[in-house]
Design a protein around this ligand. Sequence first.
Ligand code: E4P
Length: 213
Amino acid sequence: MKIFIDTANLDEVAEIASWGILDGVTTNPSLVAKEGKDFKETVTKMCEYVPEVSAQVTATDHEGMIKQAEEYSGWHKHIVVKVPMVKDGLKTIAYCKSKGIKTNCTLVFSANQAILAAKAGATMLSPFIGRLDDAGQDGMELIAEIVSIWKNYDFDTEVLVASTRHPRHIIEAAEIGADICTIPFKILEKMPVHPLTTSGLKRFMDDWEKVKS
Ligand code: E4P
């Protein structure tokens, strides 16, 4: 399973990339607005750390989306154009596919939407599981449904588990066989930590103190 970080903060990307486990980055307009930095500069710099960086179009019509897709994909070869799951988004994904531009279909909340994104030629698609959980639906069930549908066909669109909220989400996504998980920095920081590792290391160090000359 590929691991992406869900952030628009360059320092967070640099830190997690330094662990040697990072495969990509997802950004979105809300994350970019939170950081308040230049969008182009931020995502282009991120491309130096990882091979896939999602940059979301903000136009809402097909023409505008195509214009932004062409612009963003020209910034760096690692850019993946993020396109919302709407009808104009599907047209844009199909256009990008014909031009060899990678896409991430975002705001996916149903298996029907996932099938359409794959048919249109999305490189990856992002079901938002945390937001489904928030709405009283089991988000991980959607991932299981999509992955099971994928087993019947030869769709090469990668299933990217987005809107993850806690470390269990990552384990469950891996058990189901999702291709990618995008994870906020705060959750990534929790993943290497276990209290028995912490106490075990302390005991080793305390014992070493007693014998070293
Ligand atoms: C994914 O690409 C999105 O940026 C993100 O995972 C959304 O997460 P949220 O529901 O926590 O905002």
